[in-house]
Design a protein around this ligand. Structure first.
Ligand code: ADE
Length: 235
């Protein structure tokens, strides 16, 4: 059982999308979710979690002291040091490789800190990176309102690497990004739809030829859509 703890000012957003599909079915069986509400750790009567930035500028900055106690409360759930991830558009761009790094031999679990507003006081980020090996991760070169949806992306892709969480273990290895090629196209019934027939090779029962056709298609698609992936695949 792997414990995931999300540290956020919007705890109601969880489990949200994570409660569906095979991931949702695995909740309580393969993984557990805890959510820490940062606001509960504010010390003043207004429950302030943010303040104006020193030096001026737009927006608010989440306070170091409040975020630090919230993270420590999360850490208290664990007997071993878990992987700690800070969601930020300034982080290292997430990939299947990073998902594997997070999960490889990970018996301890994961804590994910979700940023909001203009950011979090840099001192608490620096402290947690140095002291607890926190890593900052972005889900891509675009800006969202906060780290909650990115956290869901990380959780989804990391947890589907848990052996047994997928009914069909083969599909994790053959699919996109495990082998640097995008996936070949799939078809199901009916054989004819909208005047288009399913490629006849797929109905032939010849497994060798089907496998060859699929590889050819996967290569074609990768070459056209992702020349960057194609280049490293060809190496
Ligand atoms: N917060 C806002 N945008 C983000 C992104 N692209 N990745 C991670 N966290 C974010």
């Amino acid at each position: 059982m792997i414990l995931v703890t999300v540290v956020t000012i919007f705890p109601e957003m969880f489990p949200g999308a994570l409660a569906f599909s095979l991931l949702g079915a695995g909740l309580g069986k393969f993984w557990l979710l805890k959510v820490i509400d940062i606001r509960e750790f504010a010390t003043d009567k207004h429950k302030t979690v943010d303040d104006r930035p020193f030096g001026g500028g737009a927006g608010m900055v989440m306070k170091a002291d409040v975020v630090d106690i919230a993270l420590k409360a999360a850490l208290n759930f664990y007997s071993q040091l878990p992987k700690i991830i800070f969601m930020t558009p300034r982080g290292h761009v997430f990939s299947q490789k990073i998902a594997k790094e997070i999960m490889d031999g990970n018996d301890a679990g994961i804590i994910i800190l979700c940023g909001r507003y203009e950011g979090i006081d840099q001192r608490v980020i620096d402290f947690w990176k140095k002291r607890y090996n926190m890593r900052d991760v972005s889900i891509g070169d675009y800006i969202l309102f906060g780290g909650e949806i990115p956290a869901m992306v990380i959780i989804d892709s990391c947890l589907r690497l848990i052996p047994g969480i997928m009914n069909n273990t083969e599909s994790t290895s053959s699919e996109s990004f495990s082998i640097d090629l995008l996936e070949y196209p799939q078809y199901t019934k009916p054989r004819s739809w909208n005047s288009e027939d399913v490629p006849s090779i797929l109905l032939s029962g010849n497994h060798k030829e089907i496998a060859e056709w699929r590889t050819k298609k996967a290569e074609e698609i990768t070459k056209n859509v992702r020349p960057d992936l194609w280049k490293s695949y060809k190496k």
